[in-house]
Design a protein around this ligand. Structure first.
Ligand code: FES
Length: 130
């Protein structure tokens, strides 16, 4: 896991969401009354962009077919057994940071395999296990 910058906190006003590309993934980040939450941007129904959906309280409605998701838990409002992936968000200064399992470095460069089970970014002399 690694902490990477997701956005500036001011980029996501209260009651809104944004789509953010980070480290080779596309996430949705939401501001619920000053608290920030991140989910996978792809709606589990058919891949609609959750970060572009309308938010009411802590629930976002997918803009494609209206399925509703609790952004604080990732659970479907209609069927909590169905979930979208959630990612912890931390606020450091003006930045929103997210915890991700990286398959690419924060600049989007793929990991380089050095030895079985060890990964490193190009130019990083210390491979990370993962
Ligand atoms: S793609 Fe989200 S409700 Fe259909």
């Amino acid at each position: 896991m690694a902490r990477v910058k997701l956005a500036a906190a001011t980029d996501v006003p209260p009651g809104e969401g944004r789509v953010v590309d980070v480290a080779g993934r596309t996430l949705a980040v939401f501001n619920v009354e000053g608290a920030f939450f991140a989910t996978d941007n792809a709606c589990p129904h058919r891949g609609g962009p959750l970060g572009e959906g309308d938010i009411e309280g802590r629930v976002v409605a997918c803009p494609w077919h209206g399925w509703r998701w609790d952004v604080t838990t990732g659970a479907s409002v209609n069927n909590p057994a169905v979930t979208v992936a959630c990612f912890p968000v931390a606020v450091e200064g003006d930045d929103l940071l997210v915890e991700l399992e990286l398959t690419r470095n924060p600049d989007g460069v793929p990991w380089v395999e050095h030895t079985p089970g060890a990964r490193a970014w190009p130019g990083n002399p210390s491979p990370r296990r993962g």
